[in-house]
Write a protein that binds this ligand. Sequence first.
Ligand code: 3DU
Length: 239
Amino acid sequence: MAPYKWFVRKEYLPLNGLEHEAIDVRSETRVVLALDETDGAKAMSVAKAVQGLVDAIKINWPLVLATSPKVISELALLGDVICDFKVADIPNTNRLIVEQAVRLGASGVIVHGFTGSDSVKAAVDAADGRDVYVVTEMSHPGGTEFTAPHADQIAAIAVRCGASGIIAPATRPERIRHLRRLVGDLKVLSPGVGAQGGKASDAIRNGADYVIVGRSIYGAPDPREAAQMIVDEVREELR
Ligand code: 3DU
């Protein structure tokens, strides 16, 4: 993602072999929707409902496995798509996975960093200018068992390998603040807002560039209204 910019992206995506134009209008709201909905039709309807209100849509295995990898291309027509595949393999396999995500239209891919520099670097190289985000400390309670004690090293790997940013936990804003200091101007994306107990304003105040929000938006009776509330909270924090 390239925040704070409006731009038009012309791309060739493998949708029935047809060329089409993907136009991303960055709404600069610093909110990323985690679209973990497994009903494909509902997922598309939520994505359309929040179009222009979120800066990107993050998808994960639940939606891809419930539908097909083509969902990446379909969503890419609406805006930036971040594939949260938490890629965690040897360099060659990381490369193959990232290449396929990019071929389908992903603007970014999330990878694990515990695999080491060579694996993360392979992902960054394969992304060919698209964003690679490295998971540091995870947001769930178990994230404190293994990922937290190693988060500094993983953040250093992200910086060293030329990643675009890191994933840091909105459930522990003080950890966002700490990791932000380590990664300088890399982007910090923070999941854990809403259903996991984190607050968007706390995450932004402590150094997150974006909050990632799933269930609180796609599970709400009116996803656009729910997204708007988070956007307003972030905007208020930035005033
Ligand atoms: O809890 P939510 O429904 O708002 O969804 C959060 C999303 O972010 C979900 O896709 C999850 O897989 C992802 N994520 C985390 O929640 C925590 C992490 O440390 C990394 C990714």
